[in-house]
Ligand binder design. Sequence first.
Ligand SMILES: [Zn+2]
Ligand SMILES: [Zn+2]
Length: 168
Amino acid sequence: MVPEEDRMRKAPKARALEGGCACGAHRYALTATPLVVHACHCRDCQRLTGSAFVINIWIEPEFVKTSAPEPASYQLRGGSGAPHDVFFCPTCGTYLWSRYGRGTKSLFVRAGTLDDPAAVTPDVHIYTRTKLPWVVLPPDARAFKSYYKMDKVWSPESKERLRRLVAR
Ligand SMILES: [Zn+2]
Ligand SMILES: [Zn+2]
């Protein structure tokens, strides 16, 4: 008999992660595992979510399957001054994902819009220098005051997937 905890750990991560906006007009399914999952505590993410931090699933765009028309988008300036496009449902205003930087192909899907947000857990917490003081991270969490070096966090498989995406 497999203990409950082991079964949870072995649950297929590749199972389609589905989600959508609050009004249901926009639905999506992630058809691959995330490259990495960020919890970002920066001020931009706090403002955009109206909350303490965002949970971003970093993934290639071809693995974000949408049934509805493309969500609407609005271009902001990220902390570095590079463009940051946010994609949202024009009917209910739910932010579904972001794309950072000029020519970047990756999407950052907001895990809070998943039907089961517990399906992912952050691999790393970033920009904790602006983390709200009452947010207490697990003692074993990987956390960085600003950004981090990819080698410290990413699996070799994810690094290879990103290399292929960038090379396209
Ligand atoms: Zn909506
Ligand atoms: Zn952020």
